[in-house]
Design a protein around this ligand. Structure first.
Ligand code: C2E
Ligand code: MG
Ligand code: MG
Length: 413
């Protein structure tokens, strides 16, 4: 049986007792020590930041869940977070405070920026449902999941991988929120590494961008995605395909010609393709980028602003580029039903898009609550684990058969 260690840090004895009591009463059955499922939990309490740091440092790897009160007299929560990140502490962190929600969200971001694994926050007085929700999320994350730091690949390895054909496309379905019908797929590149297995794009796209390899990478991804879309069409499945492009792809004027040529080569039309753009790097030459994007739009290819609402994908970019689709970033979508600030962001994004005659897609739809909220707010399309994870092309028909059964139930819900 596994033993889970929790630590509650709060200078106020009443708050400590209350949270301990709530953990006792929580449906997951925390006790001191307690058992839930196959996991046994041991809970400790502490009233001072420096003392907690000493305990955590002594056995940093033991504590898996830390409840941190932000308002403490000797060392406040912000200073504690900074010190905690140096230990380093690898368990999950829950922030607890009577401060307003916006403040708690900013502090969550700060803790994440320090590299801490933040599970969420609880406002005092802590509501049992909120506590239960967080603990459920923690279990979904995997109680004992400690992510190994992502390996960084060097440019030569990425160059060889492209040349050796080790990159492969996975596809994630995008469905209509009203009917549940499959509308298209987003292409997400993966690297089938001979030793490391499946490597995700955050581990090599940045390297490709920084070392002049992104053009070759995107061209390969785009060509394969269009060829696959043709194969699906030949098999009776008509889909639109989205491909992510980097700002660095917009530095050479011949990019637009390349895209248009590939669409024709695959015997598709411009409206079958969507290019997704984020401003992950500064536009190097705004005239060339705009020239390319305007020409592509003129020829009928859709342009989607990806990760809308994040630092890289802003209102200014929306104004500057002739986008016709808007993808709301998953950080706003997932959990919006229980977070008023996220809900405002989702609502504002949909409203901006509607006023500009743009279609909206909600990314990161992970559960029915996310789905339902987007549907009620008038979002057009949805994408996320609730519908499907990105998958190899050959798995799509099997997934679709299952989904078509489920979507009828969703429509009736
Ligand atoms: P993106 O374009 O915003 O793609 C969505 C990312 O969110 C994907 O991560 C996808 O697997 C993940 N995702 C989808 N649904 C959910 C969900 O419900 N919950 C959560 N937590 N995540 C979800 P992935 O595949 O790791 O890709 C990360 C980013 O890498 C992409 O973000 C995109 O910006 C970039 N990328 C992927 N393929 C390419 C490519 O061919 N070229 C370029 N330039 N960038 C690419
Ligand atoms: Mg995308
Ligand atoms: Mg996105």
């Amino acid at each position: 049986m596994h033993r889970t260690h929790c630590l509650i840090l709060d200078d106020d004895p009443f708050s400590l007792a209350l949270l301990s009591h709530q953990l006792d009463g929580c449906c997951l059955g925390f006790r001191k020590p307690c058992c839930f499922g196959k996991t046994c939990c041991f809970r400790e309490i502490c009233t001072s930041g420096p003392e907690a740091l000493i305990r955590l440092e002594a056995r940093a790897s033991d504590t898996q869940l830390l409840f941190l009160d932000l308002n403490m007299p000797d060392m406040d929560g912000i200073e504690f977070i900074r010190r905690l990140s140096i230990i380093p502490y690898t368990g999950a962190l829950v922030l607890v405070s009577g401060m307003d929600r916006r403040f708690l969200e900013v502090t969550e971001r700060l803790a994440r920026a320090h590299g801490l694994n933040v599970l969420g926050h609880l406002r005092k007085p802590v509501q049992p449902e909120a506590l239960r929700g967080l603990l459920a999320d923690w279990h979904v994350q995997g109680v004992h999941a400690k992510r190994a730091p992502d390996k960084v690949y060097d440019p030569d390895e990425v160059r060889c991988a492209i040349a050796a054909g080790e990159l492969e496309n996975h596809y994630q379905p995008v469905v209509d929120l009203t009917t549940g019908l499959l509308q298209g797929v987003e292409t997400l590149v993966r690297w089938r590494h001979p030793e490391d297995g499946l490597v995700f794009p955050n581990q090599f796209i940045g390297v490709a961008e920084a070392h002049g390899l992104i053009d070759e990478l995107t061209r390969g991804v785009l060509r394969a995605a269009l060829e696959q879309t043709r194969r699906w069409r030949d098999g009776g499945l008509a889909l639109r395909v989205a491909v992510n492009i980097s700002m660095d792809n917009l530095a050479r004027l011949d990019f637009a010609d390349f895209v248009l040529r590939e669409v024709v080569r695959a015997d598709l039309t411009a409206r079958d393709l969507i290019l997704e753009v984020t401003e992950s790097r500064l536009m190097l030459d705004i005239r060339t980028s705009l020239d390319i994007l305007a020409r592509l739009r003129l020829k009928g290819i859709s342009l989607a602003i990806d990760d809308f609402g994040t630092g890289h994908s802003s209102l200014a970019q929306l104004c500057a580029i002739p986008f016709d689709e808007l993808k709301i970033d998953r950080s706003f979508v997932h959990g919006a039903h229980r977070n008023p600030t996220k809900r405002v962001m989702v609502n504002a994004s949909i409203s901006v898009a509607q006023q500009l005659n743009m279609k909206t897609t909600g990314e990161g739809v992970e559960d029915y609550a996310d789905w339902n909220l987007l549907r009620r707010q008038g979002c057009n399309l949805a994408q996320g684990y609730f519908i499907a994870r990105p998958m190899p092309a050959e798995e799509l028909p099997g997934w679709l058969a299952d989904w078509n059964r489920q979507r009828l139930e969703l429509r009736q819900a």
